[in-house]
Every structure is written in C-alpha cells, then in structure tokens.
Design a protein. Structure first.
Length: 139
C-alpha cells in the first residue's frame, strides 16, 4: 500500500510546529478547515500518510513533518457537523525550513497547489515533489 503525501498549513500564532511537538504521541486534531476542497483532501487522508507542516502568514515555510494517525471524523469545532478533522502526530522538524520563495524558484515545483492555489490549507503533494522538498530541507 503506497503512502500519500500532503501539505497542511497553519498560522504559527494559532497552531505551531512547537505546539504540535508538545501534543506528543497522542497527536492533535487538525480541525477548523472550512474550505470544501481542503476538507475533501482531509477526507482522502489515510492512517500513515505523511504531511508537511507549513507555517502560513508568519514565516511562509515548511517547518516539519507530521503523520496522520486517525482518519477523518466530524470536526468538533463545526456546529453544523459538515466538516471533518484528522489527527496528526509530530514526526520531525526540518533541519532547514523550506521557504515559499525557495519553492517558487524551483521550476520542478511550479505545479504545486501551494503556488497555484495559495489560499488552500490542505493539499496533496506528489511523491516526486515530496522528495525534492525533503532534499531542499537537507533531510
């Protein structure tokens, strides 16, 4: 069974990589997503999938990797019970964060939703781009 790769954005003043680390092995709900396309991406995540953790607004960079440990369930922060959350746990912090500017300069990454749909908070990453971004972070 092949893994899927994703990128999840969070404003670091709302939920940061350091808060994710403190959540420990039990992980934390990735909730509050109210965009239908992003919510559909959450629904498609499988246990064991890996996700880049991206600090949006402040920093604008990939700072770490989290793993999906619980698949989609009703988001407790959604009163209407239409949207879902997943639970993710911290895997690793990148040795060197990969900035949005660096990503935009790499022509092999120009197709990414991070560039084409900059407001999308949860997006799929193809395996080739996953490898390129990992290499850029010196993992």
């Amino acid at each position: 069974m092949s893994k899927n790769y994703w990128l999840m954005k969070s404003e670091p003043d709302v939920w940061s990589i350091d808060q994710q680390i403190k959540a420990g092995k039990k992980g934390a709900a990735w909730d509050g997503v109210r965009n239908y396309q992003a919510a559909n991406n959450l629904k498609n995540m499988k246990k064991g999938d890996l996700c880049f953790f991206y600090h949006s607004n402040i920093g604008k960079e990939i700072v770490g990797i989290v793993e999906v440990i619980e698949e989609a369930y009703i988001d407790k922060t959604d009163k209407n019970r239409k949207f879902v959350a997943v639970t993710v746990k911290f895997k690793e912090k990148l040795k060197k964060p990969v900035t949005l500017d660096e990503i935009k300069k790499n022509k092999d990454l120009s197709h990414l939703s991070l560039i084409k749909q900059s407001r999308l908070s949860v997006m799929k990453i193809d395996s080739k781009s996953w490898k390129i971004l990992n290499k850029m972070s010196n993992i």
